[in-house]
Design a protein. Structure first.
Length: 108
């Protein structure tokens, strides 16, 4: 169920690295690829009253898997975004509680 929400990266570039990224994350996180979702979130960035170029930002929503797995996941995401031509990227993790996550009316 890891959900990756990506902002500030062109959709074509997200598509270009998505397969290889999920291949790597399958191994790191140890869950089937069908559990992953990647969402491209179009954003408009504004600074001082002007539209500016976006800054890559990836939010990962998941059930906590410990610091080592989180660190390895962040490195894999960073490598993918860097490989798409972006110099910087921020990755933030939001740990969901299983009893607060519902699928079709039932929690995990």
């Amino acid at each position: 169920m890891p959900q990756l929400k990506i902002r500030g990266v062109e959709v074509e570039k997200v598509c270009s690295f998505s397969k290889n990224l999920i291949d790597e994350l399958e191994e790191i996180i140890n869950c089937p690829r069908s559990y992953f979702t990647i969402e491209h979130m179009p954003s408009i960035f504004i600074a001082d009253g002007n539209i500016t170029e976006g800054y890559p930002f990836v939010e990962v929503l998941w059930f906590d898997r410990g610091q080592e797995v989180q660190d390895r996941t962040a490195v894999a995401i960073t490598k993918a975004v860097h490989g798409a031509g972006y110099e910087n990227v921020d990755v933030i993790f939001t740990a969901l509680k299983e009893n607060e996550y519902y699928e079709n009316g039932s929690h995990f």
